[in-house]
Design a protein around this ligand. Structure first.
Ligand SMILES: *Cc1c(COP(=O)(O)O)cnc(C)c1O
Length: 396
């Protein structure tokens, strides 16, 4: 808990995450939103979910948004709605949460890993191009920590080979990228930003409590501009029922599918919090700037690089440490929470080893796994706490 005192009665420790603070900040609005759903009685899908879906679609400029039970399900259902399955390969990053690869396998396809860029730790478009085979059906880049992968290059690759492009934007709601890279005329002309999740055929989000938009439980969403994909997805999430089926056809199931629906209580909570997303992501960026400054000229702890043209939302603020254990010891002494995302790359996880070439096959991801360390950057972190973290970093 954020309030407990470390040994010796020093200053309170600073947690890595504390989602209950978001509730305390918005208590009245959230209580009211939840109360309305409880009284309404439509607890699964229904008007509260539709209102939230519309709000997300509008914010992202996507034609369709579908709430599902989790970010993992968003990935599984998006792949399936795009026709990716048995016999197909999906090229993805080996440096992600396990759900990315799990979803590919759950959809019936096989993950093919390609190494990440050494700066952003996102899928390297050149490595991805090398991993494409005649069986490749889709690319699944991950926008790690809240910074988008190089979607322009990946989209070009997908178009050249006729592949689907699905974004794992679980950590990146609110992130964006200029549609043209640095130095391009578009960027110079101040052209608009492309929101994470809208660069390919489908974008997948998670509302796990500590993502940039966090619910009070599990939840996820898929956005797309493709009407057919949206229709298939709505059918898949609801036992294979046609979404537009009238009351008399509710008993007709066109395929064996899933029960993966967003519930109304989560949607109501998320819609309230969505109204704060922009401001909260700004706070995350301010925390990040303070840490960046504290780490300027540091020779053994590197702040997270941001590629030009990227708007990072810092779902995690993740440094690289030459000696991670030493840094962890210092942070523990200072009472500062921290975490490692991710200590083991996907191709070295026991059930996924058969999809990689063993240790040494993705050296950039493997090196990152030994060096990354995430620090408290959540939006309700106080300035005083942020300054304590920054001081601790400067003193490393
Ligand atoms: C959180 C996360 C997921 C899975 O989301 P859940 O809502 O927890 O199922 C998938 N991919 C990445 C990169 C994530 O961070």
């Amino acid at each position: 808990m954020s309030t407990c005192q470390p040994d010796g009665g020093g200053p309170a420790s600073i947690p890595l995450q504390d989602p209950a603070r978001e509730y305390r900040e918005l208590r009245e609005e959230l209580d009211e939103a939840v109360r309305r759903v409880m009284e309404d009685g439509r607890y699964v899908l229904g008007p509260a979910v539709e209102a939230f879906e519309e709000a997300v679609a509008e914010r992202l400029g996507a034609a369709y948004a579908m709430g599902v039970a989790s970010g993992t399900d968003a990935l599984v259902l998006a792949l399936r709605a795009l026709g990716v399955g048995e016999g197909d390969e999906v090229v993805t990053s080996p440096f992600s949460f396990v759900a990315t690869a799990e979803a590919i396998l759950r959809a019936g396809a096989e993950p093919v890993f390609a190494d990440v860029r050494p700066d952003t730790l996102n899928l390297d478009p050149e490595a991805a191009a090398d991993a494409v085979t005649p069986r490749t059906a889709a690319l699944l880049p991950v926008h790690l920590y809240g910074q988008m992968a190089d979607v322009r290059e990946l989209r070009g690759l997908a178009e050249r080979h006729g592949l689907a492009l699905v974004e794992d934007a679980a950590q990146a709601l609110g992130a964006a990228q200029r549609p043209s890279g640095p130095g391009d005329r578009g960027a110079a002309a101040g052209e608009g930003w492309r929101p994470a999740g809208t660069a390919g055929d489908a974008g997948c989000f998670s509302f796990y409590p500590v993502k940039s938009l966090g619910g009070m439980g599990d939840g996820g969403m898929v956005v797309t501009d493709d009407e057919e994909v949206a229709r298939r997805l709505r059918r898949l999430r609801d036992h294979g029922r046609d979404p537009e089926a009238g009351h008399e056809d509710r008993g007709l199931h066109r395929e064996v599918a899933y029960n993966s629906r967003l519930d109304a209580l989560q949607a109501a909570v998320l819609r309230v919090k969505l109204g704060r997303l922009e401001a909260w992501n700004d706070r995350r960026r301010r925390h990040a700037r303070a840490y960046d400054r504290a780490l300027e000229d540091h020779d053994s702890v590197e702040p997270p690089p941001v590629r030009p043209g990227n708007r990072h939302v810092y779902t995690q603020y993740t440094v690289r440490c030459r000696d991670r254990e030493a840094v962890r010891t210092a942070l523990r002494r200072a009472g500062i929470g921290h975490g490692v995302y991710y200590p083991v790359p996907l191709h070295l996880q026991p059930p996924l080893r058969r999809f990689g070439g063993g240790p040494g096959s993705f050296p950039v991801a493997e090196r990152a796994a030994g060096e990354v360390l995430s620090l408290p950057v959540f939006p309700t972190l106080t300035e005083e706490e942020r300054d304590r973290v920054a001081d601790a970093l400067a003193g490393l």
